[in-house]
Structures are given as C-alpha cells and as structure tokens.
Design a protein around this ligand. Structure first.
Ligand SMILES: [Fe+2]
Ligand SMILES: [Fe+2]
Length: 362
C-alpha cells in the first residue's frame, strides 16, 4: 500500500513541525504555513490535511484559510482542525470551512495521532464515515447555535445575527456535500419539538435554495432567516409551545403571536437584514390573504417569503408532533398541492421536483 501522506498547514511552521514530531505518526508529513500557499506533497494530493491555528476569531483569517483548504474540501480529503481552545463559535466556523473533525491542539498527542490515523486509514470507507460524522456534528452544532439564539431571545439578550450566519454557512456546506436526506434523518433524532422543527425547516430551506441555484450570499441569508424564522416562539409560554395535543382556539391565538413577536424583537435590536425580518414576520402569510399576522395578499408577498412558507408548511407536515406521526413525503406533496391559491404553485412544483426522492424518517 502506498505511504499515506498528511499535509499540515500551520499558522506557525515551527509549531507545525513540533506537532509532527510529537505525533510520531510514521506517515509522510509535510508542513507549510498558510502564508506561503498550499502545495501537495510530491504533486500528489494528501490523504488528510491538518490545520493548526490558534483560533478562528477573525473573519479575514477564516476567509483566507477557507481559500487555502477549499481544493482539499472539494476533493473530499479529510480535514482535521486543531484549535487552541475551541469555542462553539470556533467549531461552527471550522465545520463551515470543511473540517471533518475539530480537536483542541492541547489534546494528548495519542488522541490527535489516533484521530489522524483513522482519517487516513481507509480512504473510501473512512471518507464516507467522516462525512456522516460531519453531518451529525453539523446538526449538533447548528442545534447548539439555535439553543443559544432562543435562550438569548427569551432572556432579552441580543440575538446574534453573525452566529446564525455562521450556522447557515455550516448547514449549506454539509447539505451541499451530503444532501437533505441524511440531515433529515439526523434531525429526526432530536427530542425537542421546536428545535427539531427549526432544524428541519432550515435544512429544507437550505437545500431548496441550493438546488434553485441562487447565488451564495442569497443562500446564506435565506438559510440564516430560516434558522431565525420561529425565534418568536422563545416568547410564547412553554405550556402552549410544548402542549401534548392540539391547541384550543385561545391558545392558537397566543401561539400565532410568535411571528410578530420575533419580528419586533429583531427590529428593536437592529442590525438584521430586511429580508430576514420579512421572513420572520410573514412566514405564515398566504397568497389569498388568509394567513397571519398582517393578512397580506399575493402582491405583497415577495419570493423569499413564499419560499420560506412552503418550506415551513412542508416541515410541519413531515415531522412528528406529540399529537401526530410524521406524514410520508408523497402525502405531504398532495397537501401542498391542495393549498393551491395559498402557496406559490410554481415554487411548489420546483420544490416537489427537488424533494421527490428524499427518504425521511420523522
Ligand atoms: Fe412559525
Ligand atoms: Fe416554523
């Protein structure tokens, strides 16, 4: 078997070389500083890439690192990111640029070496497993971000738009690599109804906008809006949000307040994109004027909101709730068709083409 090769990209080459010595991998390792660009060992692509950096705090440094590792990520080469003391934000950023695995650089050498050996052991199986792990980690990390955002909203703290953007970037990357089916399966394991719904809806939305071929900044903004779309639920009493059964008419009226409350909260905080605000407020509006909170009609509802509404209705149909099982995708499609007049039928048609063959367990 050919010798496995590992490329170490270190902010500081001396630290990179020290790491290679400490790991004593017995693999062919080449160390480069990202400042000098990246070259493959002997013009052959490496079997794994290690990034050794302090943190991923600066947007500019993240972008520069992303440029360097992009060719490897695109070629599905496993990427181990070693950070000084990875925070949730760091981990989300690392996953967003394509890290297969994130570890603290201070972890014991045997732990890092074992992780790296696993990553290069059997490229085909390993890459598949690494992708599955990246998907599970993606769902987990976006779930943590969502929990942070919901907690901030209910505690009257700032809902960090940058954090939701980073989570959106992460979702778009894992979904682009691995598709919505696996995302849905991983999300289906989440117990909490609200988190499960938000992760499912935003995964569906991310996948839809990717498949529609929208430009990357639009995909990111719309996915970020999807992550935040039900942020107002943080302000609705838990006994209504978590009620194990259908809501009464009075409870439904309170529940429906979430769209306007979420919008008012983000407007009061400032700094959120108008399109995100529009989706948060209007994702329950229907083209025939029967939705809420503003009973808008077709001419007042822009495409991004129409897209969000379809994704939201679809997610609600196929997910299990405490009072109903998940609906098979084919049956959900029939119900979407029956909402002709309420939903944009051209977008529904495109949506069905994209999600027609997706396996889903709610
Ligand atoms: Fe909603
Ligand atoms: Fe929703």
């Amino acid at each position: 078997m050919a010798t496995r090769q590992v490329l170490v990209i270190a902010a500081d080459e001396a630290r990179g070389s020290a790491l290679v010595r400490a790991l004593a991998l017995g693999l062919l390792c080449d160390v480069t500083s990202r400042g000098f660009g990246v070259t493959a060992i002997g013009h052959k692509p490496p079997d794994a890439v290690v990034i050794l950096v302090g943190s991923l705090g600066q947007d500019a440094s993240v972008r520069s690192l992303q440029d360097h590792v992009h060719p490897f990520v695109a070629a599905s080469i496993p990427l181990l990111c070693l950070l000084e003391s990875p925070t949730l934000h760091d981990e989300v950023r690392a996953r967003a640029i394509g890290a297969t695995m994130v570890l603290a650089s201070a972890a014991p050498s045997r732990v890092i070496a074992a992780a790296l050996r696993t990553l290069v052991a059997s490229p085909t199986t390993q890459r598949r497993e690494a992708q599955q792990e990246a998907m599970r980690a993606g769902v987990r990390d976006v779930g943590f971000v969502l929990a942070d955002l919901m907690r901030a909203a209910s505690d009257g703290l700032r809902v960090d738009g940058q954090l939701s953007e980073q989570a959106a970037q992460l979702m778009l990357r894992v979904l682009d690599n691995d598709g919505i089916g696996r995302w849905m399966a991983a999300v289906g394991l989440i117990h909490d109804q609200t988190y499960r719904h938000c992760l499912l809806m935003s995964g569906v939305m991310a996948s839809f906008v990717l498949q529609l071929g929208l430009p990357a900044p639009d995909c990111q903004r719309l996915t970020s809006a999807a992550i935040l779309h039900d942020i107002g639920k943080a302000l609705i009493p838990a006994e209504i949000i978590d009620k194990a059964g259908p809501l009464t008419e009075d409870e439904r009226a309170i529940f429906r307040g979430h769209a306007a409350y979420g919008h008012e909260l983000l407007v009061a905080q400032g700094g959120h994109h108008p399109e995100i605000l529009d989706i948060v407020r209007h994702h329950h509006e229907y083209l025939d004027g029967s939705g809420y909170p503003d009973r808008l009609r077709a001419a007042q509802i822009v495409d991004p909101v129409r897209i969000a509404t379809i994704c939201d209705v679809f997610a609600a149909l196929i997910e299990r709730r405490s009072y109903k099982p998940s609906l098979p995708v084919a049956e959900a499609f029939v119900l979407l068709d029956e909402m002709h007049g309420k939903l944009d039928i051209d977008l529904v048609r495109a949506f069905k083409l994209i999600f027609g063959s997706v396996p889903f367990k709610g």
